[in-house]
Design a protein around this ligand. Structure first.
Ligand code: ZN
Length: 450
């Protein structure tokens, strides 16, 4: 899919001699801080939206988390490769389209456009590979056919799209992954059987579907039903892809397997990331070696006393705030004032705090700029940046202590509140000779244009 324009990321001065700080993040599997990427190349897959109810503040918080990770990686000198998806055909999207009387394709296109403009306004780094579920169908079909051939997937016959599970004489069928084929299934979240079963039920799974070998086996390919969109599926017959295999295939094709970080909101840990990682192991042929190295999850936001969710409808939309002339940089600062793993409640006060902080920071930079003009030639020059999310070169300059503190905070599990505090202290201080560098760092590391 077409992405959105990449914001320019300024290059920052690096400390002389010493190596750059490794970026550590909390791994949901080991529940420890781990280096997010150990090689020169850092690869990230963040699960994309299902295009309806885009873009609410929970989405923005999740994508901001992975934007922050990429910015920390870029500053650490990594070559960053980011892939994501848009689940532009799936049950919830079709249900919403039916309920509101619009064509599902129009709903998906309109909401994807909205997401694109919200991401642009929020200055999020775009993925290098951004693939829609519909676009990925030929690759998903090939992957599912290979899993069937390997005995890692099986068909459940259907008759006219009904789930009676026992009919014969039907050429086509729904296809499920056989989790018994993956010895490492369950290791991403580490949940016990009862928890897995409960979450699978709550989050779109079908444990009671007749004909399944195991209640948790996930759907890979859904046979065509009356009044549902369907595509040619080769030996699978006409149908559409399951969600977990969609992400596994798009990540494989965008990044290669294994990759460094798989990310999303906390509700994706199970079953989505457990299942897609299981698929990664099997479609890569690498077993445990095909799984993402680290799993990172952003906390979920609440609003008006309940989890912000599509089903409850208590959503705060980025586009609504932008239409009210809220500065998108204030939205970024409001979200960044909480650690990404925190679960917190969005309120108008949160936004007001972000707006006030943005004003203070901008005033500090503007005052220092004015002083520079009055006393030409004494300022530390700004450094140039490049487009496309890449950072090149390390301008020779002394690293501002404020910038060093921001870096240290972000390298420590993306501690954005710590980085904000460092800039707060700077803005409140009397010495602003390093304002050009701090301004660039606020842009490069936090994505906030002052
Ligand atoms: Zn996903």
């Amino acid at each position: 899919m077409r992405t959105w324009p990449a914001p320019v990321v300024p290059a920052l001065p690096q400390p002389a001699g010493a190596g750059r700080l490794p970026v550590r993040v909390a791994d949901s599997t080991t529940r420890t801080l781990r280096e997010a990427a150990v090689g020169e190349r850092a690869s990230l897959y963040a699960c994309g939206i299902t295009p309806y109810d885009a873009t609410h503040m929970g989405h923005a918080n999740t994508y901001l988390t992975f934007d922050l990770l990429q910015r920390a990686w870029l500053d650490a000198g990594k070559q960053v490769v980011y892939a994501s998806n848009v689940t532009d055909v799936d049950d919830p999207l079709l249900e919403r389209a039916t309920a509101t009387g619009v064509d599902w394709r129009d709903l998906a296109a309109e909401q994807t456009d909205l997401y694109r403009s919200d991401m642009t306004a929020l200055r999020m780094l775009p993925p290098a590979t951004w693939t829609g579920a519909v676009e990925s169908i030929p690759q998903v079909v090939a992957a599912v056919e290979a899993l069937v051939a390997a005995g890692a997937a099986y068909r459940i016959p259907t008759v006219n799209g009904t789930d009676d599970g026992g009919a014969d004489g039907n050429l086509y069928a729904d296809v499920y992954a056989d989790l018994d084929a993956d010895a490492d299934f369950g290791t991403v979240a580490g949940f016990d059987a009862e928890t897995m079963r409960m979450l699978f039920s709550q989050r779109g799974g079908d444990p009671d579907r007749p004909g399944k070998r195991s209640p948790l086996d996930p759907l890979l390919w859904r046979m065509e039903r009356p009044d549902e969109p369907a595509w040619e599926g080769g030996s699978l017959g006409r149908g559409r892809p399951g969600w977990h295999i969609e992400c596994a295939v798009i990540a494989r094709d965008g990044l290669g397997l294994p990759f460094d970080v798989q990310g999303g909101g906390a509700d994706l840990l199970f079953p989505h990331h457990e299942m897609s990682t299981s698929h990664d192991r099997l479609i890569s042929g690498l077993g445990a070696g095909g799984a993402p190295r680290v799993h990172v999850h952003a906390g979920l936001l609440s609003y008006q006393g309940a989890k912000m969710s599509k089903s409850l409808g208590n959503l705060v939309f980025v586009s609504r705030l932008l239409a009210d002339d809220v500065d998108p940089m204030a939205i970024r600062l409001a979200l960044l004032s909480h650690h990404y793993r925190e679960e917190w409640e969005w309120t108008d006060t949160e936004l007001a705090v972000g707006q006030a902080r943005l004003q203070r920071w901008r005033a500090a930079v503007a005052d220092a700029d004015a002083d520079d003009s009055a006393d030409a030639g004494t300022g530390v020059g700004g450094v140039g940046g490049v487009g496309d999310g890449a950072v090149v070169g390390s301008p020779a300059a002394t690293v501002s202590p404020t910038v060093a503190a921001m870096r240290a905070a972000l390298a420590n599990d993306l501690d954005a509140p710590g980085a904000l505090e460092a800039v707060d202290v700077w803005a409140a201080g009397a010495q602003h000779h390093d304002h050009a560098q701090v301004k660039d760092a606020v842009d490069a590391l936090l994505g906030v244009a002052l």
